[in-house]
Design a protein around this ligand. Structure first.
Ligand SMILES: [Zn+2]
Length: 668
């Protein structure tokens, strides 16, 4: 992370942040300009822009070239918590237990909620707009008025949420449908919500907000729970296993709540957790459960249509199935009147208009209506039917569902509707580039992330490059925290077209808070490392010397970041520090640095110190300045990368830093 003047690296955004540091010094801007040469600031800003553009370059989907990698996935077996692969396999170690207590102790994410409320969607404004179009939409809503300059910039922005939102403008060239645009996200209800759940809702809301910035079209987000599926296996770790076994193959909505906390069913219990989870992030959504939609008759018209087009649907599905499966495949899964189980049996359509089908159970022919809860549909058909019944205009899904999207889209067209717009996002990978899976327990859960970093950093990470397979491991957290801060700091001075490509615009739905972090996470981590203390007061002492205006009271975010740095250091860095001895040449350079530091006043600023560090590097036969900085990190800090040394020494103090050098020389 060595940041040399005019030599700023993509992987050195932390250092860029320090060089740029528009918020690094509270002092007057004139002084800031002195400290950071104009060229340096321009270079850093340009770099931020390039990084943004890099991130946007991959914004165009290239479905034809996407390779599908599907692990063993049981599309009809939600009892395994597989969540239909809806990005569902990221970091969810706890998912299979379905343990109730895990969720109840989670703190809310108040700051994110506060930010989301800042742009709260209004139903009143939506009604006015729809009325002016001669339409009515009772549940649609939209945010407050959008500045014209922003709207103009949004029309041409290459940021992916706008690319996605513009698909909806093409879909409705004559204005929005009655009731507004319908966004949907879906879940398997058999386990705990996880990072995959979070990212899909967050990204969908980013598109929804982008649409609102483009046009005054009301919209809704439906969060749909697939709780009608049969429980194919009893999730391990759930109490009352015997009772649960007695309900195998019944719809999850008919399985009693094994946790005994008063929910109507196991599905209801998990739906409650899902809603609690979504509420925790302040998401604006409308919750629908599949079991309710089926039972209430809301799906009946679409179900009749499925029966009317039964043969055409079979023609779509059969070629996708293996020989054995073809013999028993039916898009309609009747609920047994005897056992209450979801039956996988061939059916015969008796009368589409009354929803009547016939099937065999234990050798006996049964005629039964599939309407109002008498059956559910097989996965891909179910998805298509739901799009049609709910009028879904937009739904994104994981890359592992490309095949489902293809088949379901064909079926939606057979049912006389247009499949929704959307795209397939990439899955997260672990540190070794392997796909994250529950069973392996690799990757990071949402709560693990939030134990080491603020919510915004997670939303920021989720925003970026949804079409690139990204690593999701603990090692990326500090970089995400500092890059977020970097983008946040750049935002106020950017033109609208740059702002709209800035991730923080989307993380905060346009209500971007001011940047108030005077110190980077990376620098804090190094401070914790050399200070060898978990005493926050002591750490604040260092911080206040560096940023005198900051205190726990005035900078609560920084106070929180110090807690995060302590936790992250303890769990991921402490054991990996390796201080190597200096070579003879390096030792000479260190003695030179020590002598120069001794001549500086105790309150010398970061830039003055940095100049001396550079001079030492140039005065000794290092192959490049980078080698000098790396030597400093490895010898003084015990890491192979580190902060801008001038900033670090200013933060840690000249006297303390000289002690550090003396200790290192003693190791020779
Ligand atoms: Zn419960």
């Amino acid at each position: 992370m060595a940041a040399r003047r005019g030599d700023v690296h993509v992987d050195a955004l932390v250092a860029v942040h320090l060089d740029l540091a528009p918020f690094d010094r509270p002092a007057d801007p004139a002084r800031r300009r002195e400290e950071f040469g104009r060229g340096e600031i321009v270079a850093a800003v340009r770099r931020v822009d390039e990084v943004q553009d890099d991130g946007l370059a991959g914004a165009q989907p290239d479905r034809a070239r996407v390779e599908i990698e599907i692990g063993e996935r049981d599309l009809d077996g939600p009892g395994l918590g597989l969540n239909r692969g809806r990005g569902g396999e990221q970091g969810e170690r706890k998912q299979q237990t379905g343990a109730h207590d895990d969720l109840l102790i989670l703190p809310p994410a108040p700051r994110l909620i506060e930010q989301m409320r800042a742009c709260a969607y209004s139903q009143g404004r939506a009604q006015t707009v729809l009325a002016s179009l001669g339409r009515s939409g009772e549940e649609a809503s939209m945010p407050a008025a959008i500045p014209p300059a922003l709207r103009e910039a949004a029309k041409v922005s290459k940021a992916w949420p706008y690319e996605e939102a513009r698909k909806l403008l093409k879909r409705y060239p004559d204005g929005p449908p009655a009731g507004g645009i319908v966004f949907e996200t879906g879940y398997g209800p058999s386990g705990l919500p996880h990072l995959g759940t979070f990212q899909e809702v967050a990204r969908t809301l980013m598109v929804r907000h982008a649409l609102a910035e483009l046009v005054d079209w009301p919209s809704r987000l439906i969060a749909f729970s697939d709780d009608m599926d049969g429980m194919r296996k009893v999730p391990p770790g759930v109490p009352h296993q015997d009772m649960m076994h007695a309900h195998l193959d019944q719809p999850l909505s008919k399985v009693p709540d094994p946790f005994g906390c008063g929910h109507d069913s196991y599905a209801d219990h998990n739906n409650g957790i899902l809603r609690q989870f979504l509420d925790r992030f302040g998401f604006d959504y409308e919750f629908l459960a599949s079991s309710d939609c089926y039972a209430s008759g809301r799906f009946d018209a679409a179900l009749k249509s499925v029966l009317r087009h039964y043969e055409a649907i079979m023609e779509v599905m059969l070629p996708t199935l293996g020989e054995e499966r073809r013999k028993t495949y039916s898009p309609v899964l009747p609920i047994s009147p005897r056992s209450g189980k979801v039956l996988q049996v061939p059916i015969e359509v008796v009368d589409a208009e009354s929803g009547l089908v016939a099937f065999e159970e234990e050798g006996e022919r049964i005629e039964q209506s599939i309407l109002s809860g008498g059956a559910k549909l097989q996965w891909k058909v179910d998805w298509a039917m739901r799009w049609v019944a709910l009028g879904v205009d937009y739904e994104m899904s994981g890359k592992d569902l490309i095949d489902s999207v293809t088949q379901s889209s064909k079926i939606a067209r057979i049912l006389g509707a247009r499949p929704p717009e959307g795209f397939n996002y990439e899955m997260f990978l672990d540190e070794n580039g392997e796909k994250i899976s529950k069973t392996k327990g690799n990757g990071v859960t949402i709560d693990e992330w939030l134990a080491y970093a603020p919510e915004e950093s997670l939303a920021f990470y989720i925003y970026r490059d949804p079409r690139k397979a990204k690593q999701l491991s603990f090692s990326i957290i500090p970089k995400a925290v500092d890059e977020y801060a970097q983008f946040l700091a750049a935002y106020p001075d950017q033109e609208w077209h740059k702002r709209l490509g800035n991730p923080v615009h989307h993380v905060h739905a346009g209500a971007v808070p001011p940047a108030r972090m005077p110190i980077s996470f990376a620098l804090l981590l190094n401070l914790v490392a050399v200070a060898s203390t978990d005493d926050k007061k002591l750490l604040w002492g260092f911080v206040r010397r560096y940023a005198p205006e900051a205190s726990p009271e005035t900078h609560p975010e920084l106070d929180r970041l110090i807690d995060f740095a302590l936790a992250y250091f303890r769990d991921f860095i402490a054991d990996s520090l390796r201080h190597r001895p200096a070579s003879a040449m390096e030792a000479a350079a260190l003695r030179d640095l020590d002598a120069r530091l001794a001549l500086l006043p105790g309150d010398a600023d970061a830039e003055t110190i940095q100049t001396e560090v550079y001079e030492v590097g140039k005065a000794h036969p290092f192959e490049s300045l980078r080698d000098w900085f790396r030597a400093l990190y490895e010898i003084l800090l015990g890491t192979d990368q580190g902060p801008r040394m001038g900033s670090f020494i200013a933060l840690y103090g000249i006297a303390n830093s000289r002690k550090l050098i003396a200790e290192a020389l003693a190791r020779e």
